[in-house]
Design a protein around this ligand. Sequence first.
Ligand SMILES: *Cc1c(COP(=O)(O)O)cnc(C)c1O
Length: 224
Amino acid sequence: MAVNLTNYHHVLENLQPFHAQLVAVSKTKPAGSVRALYDAGQRIFGENYVQEMVEKEGLLPKDIQWHFIGHLQSNKVKYIAPFVSMVHGVDSLRLLQEINKQAAKHGRIISCLLQVHIATEETKFGLSEEELYALLEQASGLQSVRLAGLMGMASNTDDLEQVRGEFRRLKALQAAVAEKYFPGTDTFRELSMGMSGDYQIALEEGSTLVRIGSLLFGARNYAQ
Ligand SMILES: *Cc1c(COP(=O)(O)O)cnc(C)c1O
């Protein structure tokens, strides 16, 4: 059940001046490890497999806020709709509509982050800028989802200036969308960016939610 509490407190200290929140990414780690971090005060946990998230939710305290951070298939939304508090990787209107439908069934409002493709790798999910604006035009009228902001993953590279540039572009896009579609409100203010290896840069570039796994829970048993 190893969790690295020294790193946990260090991360929290680094987040504090930026008023950003920590999503502790517990994918592939046992419920006992989540519980250990919960006991240290952590309440937001991120998972990217539906079945694993459902199992852990059943075993752990009800005041945990579960964030789904992976690629979510529309046909699996129903399993997490009763409890999930935020979905980070929404990259199609179809998925957003399904989250809306399932949230309504449970009388809930689910916060969603739209995922934008900012990395150079082609394998990663996410919307282009044009697709993002097209989705925003079509998404009005959905009553049971809250469009909370954007999410992105930087390129997996040692070139930290490239990573910084990608984060900066995402921040600019979030600010532009907030101003165009949600002026004078506090909607669309969230920016989910930064992982174990690049979260400090992400904070400097405006992240409000960092998604950190291996720094807290150690390396995972298989590559994600
Ligand atoms: C696994 C994962 C993370 C955490 O990665 P670490 O490098 O272990 O901090 C963050 N975001 C997403 C989408 C992930 O799948």
